[in-house]
Design a protein around this ligand. Structure first.
Ligand SMILES: [Zn+2]
Length: 105
């Protein structure tokens, strides 16, 4: 019998999920990366990976969590189907992510 054959697919994989390189800004815990959400293992902070039809990369999530704001990201899509560019801003107290638009002058 071959050794190391994956026998059971029911085993939990939560311990093998990747983590972001930066710790949680609130509690310093590890931020666990899954396909849908970047969630802190130590507190309730979580950032959804899917924002307005765009998926945040781990790098973007790291910038958002460490600086509280991303650079200008392109290609968001509003509910009306209109695409737009915006920065993401994180409210560290609530974990809420909101948009910040370039000010046109
Ligand atoms: Zn935390």
């Amino acid at each position: 019998m071959a050794k190391g054959t994956p026998g059971s697919s029911t085993k939990a994989q939560s311990s093998q999920l990747p983590r972001l390189k930066i710790p949680c800004p609130t509690c310093n815990g590890a931020i666990v990366v899954s396909s849908k959400v970047y969630a802190c293992a130590g507190c309730d902070l979580k950032v959804w990976a899917d924002v307005a039809s765009k998926t945040l990369t781990p790098t973007q999530a790291e910038i958002l969590l460490s600086k509280g704001k991303t650079g200008l990201l392109k290609g968001f899509k509003s509910k009306a189907g209109k695409s737009f560019d915006a920065r993401l801003v994180l409210d560290k107290a609530t974990g809420k992510v909101s948009f910040e638009f370039e000010k046109s002058r």
